[in-house]
Design a protein around this ligand. Structure first.
Ligand code: GLY
Ligand code: MN
Ligand code: MN
Length: 441
């Protein structure tokens, strides 16, 4: 809990409230999610709720009233303190804590939400609420909206629409502040060091699960909350399953190991790194050729993560190098533009080359606005992660060469976390080595 940094949340709220311009925003927290019987998954706060409040409890609602420039503008509805419940489930800040520690102008019990919300919404032009995500809060909001609409038709006053909070928050979250960049550096650094630990201890490991344990144990040891997403520890052909998370196969010395893993810090900033290493310490000729193509594509694409460029440029640059490389070894044939145009490379490379990274691993923010790509700006953080996956799961498109057995089972991705700066791109995850000479032993 970032009590000492409450100013950061205050500044975000101020900016958000100024942009709301007469609207009332209702942002619910996450709830605990049942795993089985009466056991739950570890709690994961909703990223928008966290971004604006720094409050890390489930079953809460933040209310922002921009129509009240002088009055109460930030209201928190929280679970009240309860001695017995806290003995079972842990500490709660309660109503008083929400006001004192989290600077709510006013806090209430979450049990009073339905009763108090209509009064608070009065006087707002529109409601800002994310429809389709939280059925129980949504019911309350829609009931209020229905009576506001009725008021509008009878008396000429009332909120006359519901807007998504994404309109206001995505753009804010897409550009990282100095504080956020510092935290993202820390998340990337811990994640990169975990990958280094894997590289250095691979020779003593015999199963994917041990690697997962090593990574995730390191995240926890370093004070992170845990993995940012389900760690992918995929040896050999498993690496051709993009979201492989079984992580329980035996390791073979002549195969590669693809590890896609990153930590999530206590305040939810995330790393997302992929490295592919030779389990036995030596690449085979085929593995090395593919690795070199992916590495060249990745390094060249990273150089394009500069102000004024965009995610499509990064993808297109990487894709062209992958296609040219695959042509040079006979795994694709034909005119490069034609292959890219008709997608006949997609049995070997079937995903985009990166995504925004922040409080969400696939962070918020548009990549395109209608016809136009969103230009990269200073403070944006994105992943650059080309790969090649050679298996016979996807049929070879007509006109493309049949895949020789010697290539099958090679799956390689290389992924770094990159900050757009005024100068060159800063690779936040550079502590995880990726040159062939670093990976062989
Ligand atoms: N680990 C998820 C991704 O790379 O996008
Ligand atoms: Mn990624
Ligand atoms: Mn990843």
């Amino acid at each position: 809990m970032l009590r000492s940094n409450y100013k950061i949340f205050e500044e975000r709220r101020e900016f958000f409230l100024n942009n709301l311009n007469g609207k009332a925003a209702i942002i619910p927290s996450a709830s605990l999610v049942r795993h089985h019987a009466d056991c739950e998954y570890p709690f994961r706060q909703d990223s928008n709720f966290w971004y604006l409040t720094g409050f890390d409890e489930p079953d809460s609602v933040a209310l922002f009233l921009s129509q009240n420039p002088e009055g109460e503008r930030f209201i928190l509805f929280v679970t009240p303190k309860h001695i017995i419940q806290e003995v079972w489930h842990g500490f709660r800040w309660g109503i008083e804590g929400a006001e004192k520690e989290f600077k709510a102008d006013k806090a209430h019990s979450i049990h009073d939400l339905e009763k108090l919300l209509p009064k608070y919404i009065k006087g707002s032009d529109e409601i800002v609420f994310s429809v389709g995500k939280n059925p129980s809060i949504e019911k309350i909001v829609l009931d209020i909206f229905a009576s506001e609409i009725e008021g509008l038709s009878r008396h000429g006053t009332g909120a006359n629409g519901i807007k998504s909070p994404d309109i206001y928050l995505n753009e804010m979250r897409l550009i990282k502040s100095d504080f956020e960049i510092k935290r993202m550096r820390e998340a990337a650094e811990i994640s990169a060091r975990a990958h280094e630990l894997v590289r250095q201890s691979i020779s003593s490991k015999t199963n994917e699960r041990q690697i997962q344990g090593l990574l995730e144990g390191f995240f926890l040891e370093q004070g992170a909350r845990g993995p940012a997403y389900n760690s992918i520890v995929a040896s050999g052909d498993n690496a051709c399953i993009l979201h492989y998370t079984l992580n329980n196969a035996e390791l073979n010395k002549d195969e590669l190991l693809l590890v896609d893993a990153g930590c999530s810090l206590n305040d939810y900033y995330n790393g997302d790194i992929t490295r592919t290493i030779p389990i036995g310490g030596r690449f085979t000729q085929e593995q090395k050729v593919i690795y070199e193509i992916v590495l060249e594509a990745q390094k060249t694409a990273i150089n394009e993560a500069i102000i004024g460029s965009n995610a499509s440029n990064i993808h297109n640059i990487a894709l062209r190098i992958l296609v040219e490389g695959l042509k040079s070894i006979g795994l694709l044939r034909g005119d490069t533009d034609g292959i890219i145009e008709d997608g006949s490379y997609k049995h070997l490379y079937m995903h985009r080359t990166g995504h925004w990274l922040g409080l969400d691993v696939h962070d918020v923010g548009a990549y395109r606005m209608g016809e136009h790509d969103v230009s990269l700006q200073k403070g944006m953080i994105l992943t650059v992660e080309p790969g090649i996956y050679i298996s016979d799961r996807i049929p070879v498109p007509q006109g493309q060469p049949k895949i020789d057995e010697k290539w099958k089972g090679i799956g390689i991705r290389i992924e770094d976390d990159v900050l757009v700066t005024e100068n060159e791109p800063e690779i936040l995850s550079s502590a995880a080595l990726k040159e062939i000479s670093d990976l062989e032993f």
